[in-house]
Design a protein around this ligand. Structure first.
Ligand code: HEC
Ligand code: HEC
Length: 364
C-alpha cells in the first residue's frame, strides 16, 4: 500500500464504523441510498400541500410555518411556537434526511413507515395545526388548482380525502435529504472533500469522542433512545399554555396522575417505565448546522454549546462520560458537524397560493 492510498483506506474504515448500524442500506452507496420513486404527481401535490395554510383550523399556518426550508425545515426557535402561538413543549426538528431515519419525533413514537400517521397528527393536533379531517378534504376540493393536482395524483374518480392529503405531504417531506454533503464525498474516498479541521473532527466523531456510537448509519442516528440529561427548559413552566400542552401530552398517553408530571420525560411518557425517564431518540445530523437551537427542548443555542455539553459528560444522569477534549478538538468536531450541510442550497420556493372556487377571479 502506498502513502497516497492511505486517506482512501482511512475513509473506508470510518465509513464502516459510521454505517455499522445499517448494514443493509450500506450496500446501495456508502452514505446515501437513492430515494424510492414516488409518483411525480403525488410529490407535486405534496409540495403544494406542505405550504398550504388552509389545512390548519383557522388557515393561519402550514407545515412550512414550523419547518422552514431555508432552515433545513426547522423553526429556528427553542420551543415551537405552536398553533396560534399557544406554545408547544418541544423543538420543531429539521426534516432533511427524514427517509433515512428509523424512528420519528423526539420520543420515537412513530416508525418511518408510519410517517403518514405522524403527518395526520401534525395536521390535527391542537398544538400544531388544529385541522379537522373533513374540513381539510373539503378545502382541497374547493380549490380548483389543488383539485386538479389531486386528480393527477389519485385519479379523477377519487375524491379528496384526509388520509390522501397526509400521504402526499409525507411523500414530499421524505423526498429530499438535501443532497450530497462534504462528509458523503469523504466517505466515498474523496480525501480532499473535507478541510483538515473537519477531517480531524470526523476522526474524533468516530474515535475519541464516541459520537458515532449513537450517531451512526446514513442518517447519523442509531434509531434508539438514550439519556443525555439535557436540562429542563424553564420556558415550559413559565408559560401556562406550554405547561397545559405538556400535561395534556402526559394525560393522552395514559398517565394516572398527569398533574404530578411537570417535565418532559421523553420515552417514559409513552411506556411509563422508570428506566425510560429522560430518554429521547437520537436525532439525525444531516443539515444540523441549519437547525439551531438544539435538543428536544432547544436549550443548547449552537453547535459549540452541544459539543461543550458532551465534553462535560452531558447533564444529570447522562449515560455518556466526560470526553476531555481540547479547545481545538471541540472546534474540529464543530467543523465536522458543519460539513454535514448539503453542498447545494435547497431551492424550495413556496408555490403560489390558489383561490377557492367561490372567490372572485378563481377558475380563470
Ligand atoms: C406549530 C408548529 C408545527 C407545525 C405547523 C408542524 N410541525 Fe411538524 N413538528 C413540530 C414539533 C414541535 C415536532 C416535534 C414533535 C415531538 O417530538 O413530539 C415536529 C415533528 C415533526 C416530524 C418528525 C421529524 C423527526 O425527524 O423526528 C415530522 C416529519 C414533521 N413534524 C412534519 C410536519 C408536517 C409534514 C407538517 C404539516 C402537515 C408539520 N410537521 C407541521 C412542529 C410543527
Ligand atoms: C449515547 C448516545 C449519544 C452519543 C454518544 C452522542 N449523541 Fe448526540 N444525541 C443523542 C441524543 C439522544 C440526542 C437528543 C437528546 C435530547 O434532545 O434530549 C442527541 C443530540 C445531538 C445533537 C442535536 C441535534 C438536534 O437536532 O438538536 C447534536 C448536534 C449531536 N447530538 C451531536 C453529537 C456529537 C458531536 C457527539 C459526540 C461528541 C454526540 N452527539 C454523541 C445521542 C448521542
Amino acid at each position: 500500500m502506498n502513502v497516497r492510498s492511505l486517506p482512501r483506506v482511512v475513509a473506508a474504515m470510518l465509513a464502516a464504523v459510521l454505517l455499522a448500524a445499517a448494514p443493509a442500506r450500506a450496500a446501495d452507496t456508502v452514505s446515501r441510498p437513492p430515494s424510492p420513486a414516488a409518483s411525480a404527481a403525488l410529490l407535486e401535490l405534496g409540495r403544494h400541500l406542505f405550504f398550504e395554510s388552509r389545512l390548519s383550523g383557522d388557515g393561519s399556518r402550514s407545515c412550512a410555518s414550523c419547518h422552514a426550508p431555508a432552515r433545513g425545515f426547522s423553526e429556528g426557535v427553542a420551543l415551537s411556537r405552536g398553533y396560534n402561538h399557544s406554545g408547544h413543549f418541544r423543538n420543531a426538528p429539521g426534516l432533511l434526511g427524514l427517509r433515512l431515519k428509523e424512528r420519528l419525533a423526539w420520543d420515537g413514537r412513530y416508525r418511518i413507515d408510519e410517517l403518514p400517521k405522524l403527518v395526520e397528527e401534525m395536521l390535527t393536533s391542537p398544538i400544531t395545526m388544529n385541522g379537522n379531517p373533513g374540513i381539510i378534504a373539503e378545502r382541497v376540493r374547493q380549490v380548483p388548482q389543488l383539485l386538479q393536482l389531486w386528480q393527477r395524483a389519485f385519479g379523477e374518480r377519487t375524491p379528496p380525502s384526509f388520509d390522501g392529503v397526509a400521504r402526499a405531504i409525507a411523500a414530499w417531506s421524505a423526498a429530499h435529504d438535501g443532497g450530497d454533503t462534504a462528509v458523503d464525498a469523504a466517505l466515498r474516498g474523496d480525501a480532499s472533500a473535507l478541510s483538515p479541521r473537519a477531517a480531524e473532527g470526523m476522526r474524533l466523531f468516530t474515535g475519541k469522542a464516541g459520537c458515532s456510537g449513537c450517531h451512526s448509519g446514513p442518517a447519523f442516528s442509531d434509531g434508539l433512545a438514550h439519556r443525555l440529561g439535557v436540562p429542563e427548559s424553564p420556558q415550559i413552566l413559565r408559560d401556562p399554555e406550554r405547561t397545559v400542552a405538556l400535561l395534556a401530552h402526559h394525560a393522552s398517553h395514559g398517565s394516572a396522575d398527569p398533574m404530578s408530571e411537570r417535565s418532559d420525560t421523553g420515552v417514559h411518557a409513552l411506556t411509563r417505565r422508570a428506566s425510560d425517564r429522560g430518554r429521547f431518540f437520537t436525532p439525525g445530523l444531516r443539515g444540523v448546522a441549519q437547525t439551531a437551537p438544539y435538543m428536544h427542548n432547544g436549550t443548547l443555542p449552537d453547535l459549540a454549546a452541544v459539543v461543550a455539553f458532551y465534553d462535560r459528560g452531558g447533564g444529570r444522569g447522562s449515560e455518556t462520560k466526560p470526553l476531555g477534549l481540547s479547545a481545538s478538538e471541540r472546534e474540529a468536531l464543530v467543523a465536522f458537524l458543519e460539513a454535514l450541510t448539503p453542498r447545494t442550497a435547497l431551492a424550495v420556493a413556496p408555490p403560489p397560493a390558489f383561490d377557492y372556487a367561490t372567490q372572485a377571479g378563481a377558475g380563470r
